[in-house]
Structures are given as C-alpha cells and as structure tokens.
Write a protein that binds this ligand. Structure first.
Ligand code: ZN
Length: 265
C-alpha cells in the first residue's frame, strides 16, 4: 500500500477529525438509535427469547473461520487473502509462556487477539464466536494489506474499521440465519464503545453530555487496566459518523486504497 495513502490515517488525523464539536449532535443521533436497538435485544434476552448454542470444539474452529473468511472477503471485494490459523486460548498458555506481565494481563482481559498469522480466541457460544472471529480476521486482512502498523491514529483506524465492518457482518448473518443472537454481544460492545467516545468528545469540547444517553443500560465490559481504549473508541465513533455519508462500502474502499474523507470533514 502506497505510503502517502497510509498517511491519511496517521499522525493523529483521526483524533482531530473526531474531536470536532460539529460531531456531537451526529454522534448523539447514532447513539440513540444504537441504544434503542440494544434495548430491544436486552428485552428479548430477559424474556428468554434469545437462545445461545453450544461452544464449538476446537477442531471445528477451522471450518467456522473458513465460512467467516468467505463472507468477510466478499464484503471487502477481496479474493486473494492468504488464510490464517485459529486456536483456542487456554490457561496453560499463561503458565507455559515466558511472557511479560502486560501481555499476560492483555491475554486475561481480552476475548481474542490476532498475532503472527494466528487468531487466538477464548471458548464461547457459536453466536458470540462468529462475530469475534470476523473481527480478528479483519485485523489479519489489515495486516496483510498495510503491514505491521503502530501509533494512536493507526489503532483508531484498525479498531474502528474492524468493529464497524463486523456490525454489518453480524447483522447480515443474523438476517440470513433468522437469529438475532449473533448481534447481542456486538451491540453491547458497540454501545459501550460509542459511549466512551461520546464522553470524550463532550469533555474535550466542554459540552454537557446528555444524561439520557449516558444512562443507556448495557452489559458492562471488562475494561483493561493497561493500555488506552480511547483510540479504539475514537475509531468506531468517527467511522460510524462518516458511514452516514459514505455507506458501508467505505470499509472496502479503505483497504482498496480509494477511500476519501468527506469534504465537510
Ligand atoms: Zn480488534
């Protein structure tokens, strides 16, 4: 990928674009729509209308990844992505591996991660597993296209891109399988992340955040003690704002090297 193109997402550019006061009402609209959807899913869950299946066996993971890959590749119009590997994480990994405390903490607090062509994931029901695999597989594609990239703005790009894409992925699977279970965790995560972005956007601009939005009920996620989560939140917040203009094709364009930020930004 061309270095000039990559620089569009670098050097705090995404943070600057997101932290503008004009984004406050747009993000408030998005949050209220996403919050209402989460509320519907929570009501269904409390009425026992959402049924989660079994935890797949480790040997089944590769077939699940194959199906996920096919769908994500199609969404992004990619047909030559090298496959990656997948495995379950287990507690023995921590005791057997001479890794740093920070890395151990990251492994304990994350549900999955991608590193060196391998997705490592914690066992969970199929309906939660599929979107998580799609998310980590998207990181694999980003790595294949952009290489190993670092920095706060890149973190915002990578996480915003993966999370926003997986929203569409999960919604499409839920529609095809007539199973909203695929969206439940994803929707909680989306709203939690957008709330973090919204608080930050309001405080940066000295704006009083809406109490109604801040009190949207969610299933709280474990916040890692180490590492910044705000970069990731900024990525998702910014991309959902841009998506209102550009549509979901923007996630494909970003990887194809043809993405342009909207003129008004
Ligand atoms: Zn991620």
């Amino acid at each position: 990928m061309d270095a000039r193109y990559k620089n569009r997402f670098r050097y705090h550019r995404l943070h600057q674009l997101f932290l503008k006061a004009e984004n406050i009402p747009i993000l408030e609209d998005i949050l209220s729509t996403e919050g209402a959807r989460l509320q519907r899913l929570r009501d269904q869950k409390h009425s026992d209308l959402l049924r989660f299946g079994k935890i797949p066996k480790e040997e089944e993971l590769i077939d699940i990844l194959r199906l996920v890959k096919k769908r994500v590749d199609a969404m992004l119009d990619l047909n030559q992505v090298r496959p990656c590997k997948i495995r379950y994480w287990n507690l023995l990994d921590l005791t057997n591996n001479p890794i740093s405390i920070g890395k151990k903490h990251q492994e304990l607090s994350s549900v999955a991660w991608y590193s060196s062509n391998m997705i490592t994931i914690k066992p969970t029901a199929l309906e939660h597993l599929v979107p998580i695999i799609a998310h980590e597989y998207t990181h694999h594609i980003q790595y294949e296209i952009f290489g190993d990239i670092h920095g706060e703005s890149w973190k915002a790009f990578k996480e915003g891109h993966a999370r926003a894409l997986v929203r569409h992925f999960s919604n499409a699977i839920a529609r095809d399988e007539c199973s909203e279970e695929y969206c439940y965790k994803m929707q909680n995560r989306t709203v939690n992340t957008l709330l973090e972005a919204y608080r930050h956007l309001c405080s940066t601009n000295g704006h009083t955040a809406s109490r109604a939005l801040l009190s949207i009920p969610t299933e709280k996620q474990i916040i890692p003690l180490l590492g910044r989560t705000i970069d990731k939140a900024i990525g998702l917040g910014l991309f959902l704002i841009i998506e209102q203009d550009k549509g979901q094709e923007m996630y494909r364009d970003m990887l194809q090297g043809t993405f342009e930020f909207p003129k008004w930004m």
